[in-house]
Structures are given as C-alpha cells and as structure tokens.
Design a protein around this ligand. Structure first.
Ligand SMILES: NC(=O)C1=CN([C@@H]2O[C@H](COP(=O)(O)OP(=O)(O)OC[C@H]3O[C@@H](n4cnc5c(N)ncnc54)[C@H](OP(=O)(O)O)[C@@H]3O)[C@@H](O)[C@H]2O)C=CC1
Ligand SMILES: O=C1CO[C@H](CO)[C@@H](O)[C@@H]1O
Length: 275
C-alpha cells in the first residue's frame, strides 16, 4: 500500500510519512537510503546539520528510483541565517546532495536572539521563485515567529516541522497552523523511542496485531500530520511504513489524546534555544 500525500498551501504534494536521517553517518547513509527506497519510502528528511546530505544524495542516485519520485527535505542551519548567507548555504546543500532542485527547504530554528529569520525567509522565497526549491517552510517556529513572517513578507511557510509525539501533542500550535494554512510535520514522532512501552499504546497495538510505534505513526497520519520516524534498521523501517492497512477508532484517538503532557517536551524550547 503506498503512502498517501498531503497537498501543501503552494500545491506541492508531500508523502505523509518519510524517513528521518538524523544521527546517520554520511558513509552509512547510502545503504540506509537504498534499504528505505526498497521498503517503499519516497520521502527523506535530512539537514545540513546532520552531516549526511552527500550520503543521502548518493543513495538516491545509486538507486533505481528516479530522483523526481523521491521527496527530499533539507534545512538551513543556525549559523547560516541571513539573506546572502542562506543563499550560499543552499548552494552548498545542493552541491552535497548533487541535485538540481530540492523538494522542501526549511529554516531549522528561528533563533530569535539572532533576529535574522525574516531575511533568511526572503532568501528562501527567492530560491522558490527561481524554481530551485518546490516548497519552502520552517521548523521549530512559534506562533509569533510565523505571524512575523506573514506580516513582513506576506508569504506563509508551507510547513512547520515541530517536536510532536504522544507525550507532547502541540494542540495549540496545530490550531495556529490550521488557521494560517500551514501543514504540521512531526519531529521525534516516536518520542525517540520513549513512548514505545506505554501501556495504553501497547494495548491498542495488540488489538490490531501492530506495534506501539505503528499506532503512534497511524495516529499522526489520521490527525492529518506529516511524520518522519528515524530508523537505521531495515525491519523497523518496514514496520514504520506498514501503517496503511488499519484504522484507529475515534475512541482510540481520544485515548491517545489523553497521553499529552505539559512537560513532555524532549528537545530544546524554540523560544530560548541558542546553539
Ligand atoms: N527539525 C528538528 O529540529 C528536528 C528534526 N528531527 C527529524 O525527525 C527525525 C525523527 O526524529 P528522531 O529524533 O530521530 O526520533 P524518533 O522519534 O524517530 O525515534 C527514533 C528512535 O526510535 C527507534 N525506532 C524507530 N522505529 C522503531 C520501532 N518501530 N520500534 C522500536 N524502535 C524504533 C530508532 O532506533 P533504530 O534506528 O535502531 O531503529 C531510534 O532510536 C530525525 O531523524 C530528523 O530527521 C529530529 C529532531 C529535531
Ligand atoms: O534536527 C535536529 C537534530 O539535530 C540537532 C542537533 O545536532 C538539533 O538541534 C536539531 O533540531
């Protein structure tokens, strides 16, 4: 069963489930990408900061899958923010990936103390107008950062990639996204493994002969989110994409909603993150 796509506010289609590749070494990335493409993945999430763009590009180039059938995201790292710096960083990313266009480029963190994200956003708008990027977006942007992009450029991001898992569900942030026409993408969708032994999730999973990981990813897809679980293991990669043959009931969706926690964040807080 193939992965459904979501249509972004600029008309671009993104597969709702992709492979996250943070913490994969550049030299192991080609093999992992080949394995993911064989398992049916057509969406890969990398970043300049992950140090594996070259390996990701090589894996795609060495596969039998045409470049245009794979949706690839990369991200602008914090020390390259600003208009000219972002243009140069994008060229470097493209050189490493070996692509002539990118599907999605994100500003990785707002870094409000630097106050350069509006200029970075203007560079991304230009790159999209030039046809070098299909869709542009952001990551870890809070509502006031999104409002400022809109106020100063009139252009809303297609997507905001944020921490989102059963213990940190971001309902308010999702509401803001819906109002502004911005899709929500979940990073650390499995809570970096923390949520996988949750008794409610394992109980729901047992009803379908599925795993807790599959229930979490199915929950995210049914919420209309994009999700990018990371696995470097072929069996778990296959497991994570095998979620399109069952459906959670409304009662199960409500049970999972009940797992949300005010202090469930595992990554940095975008308001104060400074790195
Ligand atoms: N924009 C941002 O700021 C951020 C973006 N990201 C993106 O999100 C992606 C995913 O987030 P990440 O932090 O990696 O965490 P995830 O929530 O995807 O969890 C990954 C961990 O879970 C394990 N795992 C994966 N599938 C299963 C399974 N079916 N059963 C048991 N264990 C499993 C993996 O191990 P194994 O590999 O051994 O299977 C790994 O240890 C990243 O790779 C990156 O692309 C992440 C953090 C921040
Ligand atoms: O995507 C991410 C994972 O790696 C980075 C750290 O090296 C994080 O800061 C970032 O948000």
């Amino acid at each position: 069963m193939s992965v459904p796509t979501l249509t972004l506010n600029d008309g671009t289609k993104i597969p709702q489930l992709g492979l996250g590749v943070w913490q994969m070494q550049d030299d192991e990335a080609p093999g992992i990408i080949l394995s993911a493409l064989n398992a049916g993945y057509r969406h890969i999430d990398t970043a300049a900061a992950y140090g594996n763009e070259a390996g990701v590009g090589r894996g795609i180039a060495e596969s039998d899958v045409p470049r245009e059938e794979v949706f690839v995201t990369s991200k602008l790292w914090n020390d390259r923010q600003g208009y000219d710096a972002a243009l140069r960083a994008f060229d470097e990313t493209m050189g490493k990936l070996g692509f002539d266009y990118l599907d999605l480029y994100l500003i990785h963190w707002p870094m409000p103390a630097q106050d350069r994200y509006v200029d970075s956003w203007k560079a991304l708008i230009r790159l999209r107008e030039e046809g070098r990027i299909r869709a542009i977006g952001v990551s870890n942007f809070l509502p006031d950062h999104l409002e400022r992009l809109l106020d100063e450029t009139g252009k809303a991001p297609a997507i905001n990639q944020i921490e989102l898992h059963p213990y940190f569900q971001q309902a308010k942030q999702r509401e803001v996204h819906a109002k502004l026409g911005i899709a929500t993408e979940c990073w650390s969708p499995l809570g970096q493994g923390e949520a996988l032994s949750d008794p409610i999730l394992t109980e729901i999973a047992s009803r379908y002969g599925k795993s807790a990981a599959q229930v979490i990813l199915r929950w995210q897809v049914q919420l209309g989110l994009v999700t990018i679980p990371k696995s470097a293991n072929h069996d778990r990669m296959r497991e994570n994409i095998s979620i399109f043959d069952f459906e959670l009931t409304e009662a199960e969706m409500a049970q999972i909603k009940g797992l949300d926690s005010a202090d469930g964040r595992i990554g940095p807080d975008p308001a104060t993150a400074d790195f």
